[in-house]
Design a protein around this ligand. Structure first.
Ligand code: FAD
Length: 416
């Protein structure tokens, strides 16, 4: 492990690796410090749906986040850029990760949700070039072999990939640039080099890890759903929420081929939503959702998710589950991803459940800011990153909030 680096990056997921890679492209040497094995975080565990949008206004706390129309436009434009960036990166670095640009179908849980989707359509198409269109309930079976939804929206500018192969591709690209990537190097403390303690006056940072200390000019916190006590001010701003995924056994070819005929990624408008698609080889259903709001036993989660899957696809009731896993996402109180600086430390955090493109992008944008090569400030780089006086980083309330959201989902459907 190097003892000095121009930039130390805490967290070795997509955001951390993308930041290191972009810094290297601008001649800035970085070290990536990862607490566990490489890829231990969400970046190898996700559903692999790649979105070029961002949810604006749907706050975790249930309150609508206030976003001025011009800012909403800028956020959507940057989210669209995030999609272009990941697509270009995969092409430039020749990352073999089953990149499939088949679009996404978002099923409407109620007619009201369908109407809301319709309202958002113009904004998505104008500001994020989403290529979105509505699919009424009568034509839903063109998208999905299920009558579970009240129609929905197709977003053509969406893709899917194999998350761990994309991660490996980023790692290989970093290695080609001779970037120091240190596994099992838990960052345990960060202090200004300047012994007076407060502002570091540009002198840099002492980053203490389980493998020794690194002196760095700048530090990037890229710990997302695993943000811990080392950065208490940031920990208070992100709520770690677990998400769970199962994969079925290989299905008979005709059954598998009939489920999602256009091979799109699917998600829905429920508060406690599910997301799913066929595996890249088209043989298995890969089905994700919040079986629980906290990390939980994979056998229990498999049972719950199998139930959700069978509600949507009764034809999969008898399908066996062969894999079940979990990981943490990071929600923010305004439902927006964030980058910026806190106490002199750079951060990119808060994927809100959708970070394959976004966290790659925010890592890259943070690197451009540090290297002073950004053409314009990133729309997600805003000074306000809300916290809550009663939240200090322990999400004890999640089971209660989760139960409440499930109840609201049921009620919405009953009233529909
Ligand atoms: C089950 C699941 C399904 C998902 N599905 C999708 C999807 O379909 N589409 C989508 O866009 N997004 C999805 N996501 C979200 C996406 O995976 C994340 O947004 C993205 O991987 C976040 O990348 P990251 O680099 O910010 O964080 P991570 O990949 O989580 O990396 C953070 C790293 O920081 C490390 N760390 C924490 N503290 C320290 C410390 N003190 N010292 C050193 N290292 C530390 C952790 O060990 C971890 O490896 C999903 C997430 C999960 C969990």
């Amino acid at each position: 492990m190097p003892r000095e680096a121009r930039v130390a990056i805490v967290g070795g997921g997509y955001a951390g690796l993308a930041a290191a890679l972009e810094l290297a492209k601008h001649g800035v040497a970085a070290v990536v410090l990862e607490r566990g094995a490489l890829g231990i975080g969400a970046s190898t565990r996700n559903g692999g749906s790649v979105s070029g949008g961002v949810n604006i206004g749907k706050s975790f706390s249930g309150r609508a986040a206030e976003v001025a129309p011009e800012r909403a436009q800028a956020l959507l434009a940057d989210a669209a850029d995030a999609f272009s960036l990941i697509e270009r990166l995969i092409e430039d670095e020749k990352i073999a990760c089953f990149w499939q640009k088949n679009g996404r179908f978002v099923g409407a849980w109620t007619p009201k949700h369908f109407a809301y989707q319709q309202q958002r359509l113009a904004g998505l198409n104008n500001d994020a070039q989403s290529g979105a269109f509505m699919v009424p309930r009568e034509r839903q079976r063109e998208e999905i072999a299920s009558d579970y939804y009240y129609g929905g929206m197709v977003v053509e500018r969406s893709a899917s990939l194999h998350p761990a192969l994309y991660y490996k591709g980023l790692l290989d690209a970093c290695r080609r640039h001779d970037i120091a990537i240190c596994a099992e190097a838990a960052v345990e403390g960060i202090a200004p080099v300047n012994s007076h303690g407060s502002a570091n006056g540009g002198a840099g940072w002492r980053v203490m890890t389980s493998r020794g200390t690194v002196i760095a000019g700048d530090v990037v916190i890229a710990t997302n759903g695993y943000t811990g006590a080392v950065t208490p001010a940031l920990r208070r701003r992100v709520v770690p929420i677990a998400s769970h995924i199962i994969a079925t056994e290989e299905l008979p070819a005709d059954l598998a081929g009939s489920l999602i005929p256009k091979r799109r990624s699917i998600s829905d408008t429920k508060r406690v939503l599910c997301y799913y698609r066929l595996s890249p080889d088209g043989r298995r259903m890969v089905f994700g959702g919040r079986a629980r709001f906290t990390p939980a036993d994979p056998v229990l989660c498999a049972r719950v998710l199998h139930g959700y899957m069978s509600e949507r696809f009764p034809q999969l009731k008898g399908a066996r589950v062969t894999h079940s896993w979990t990981g943490n996402t990071a929600f923010t109180l305004d439902a927006l991803p964030h980058m910026g600086e806190e106490g002199g430390l750079h951060y990119c955090l808060g994927c809100n459940g959708s970070g394959v493109a976004m966290m790659t992008y925010l890592g890259t944008q943070t690197a451009r800011k540090i290297a002073r090569v950004a053409n314009a400030p990133c729309a997600f780089d805003a000074p306000e990153f809300p916290d809550h006086p009663l939240y200090t980083g322990n999400p004890w309330f999640l089971p209660v909030v989760g139960g409440y959201y499930r109840m609201r989902d049921r009620l919405d459907r009953l009233l529909a």
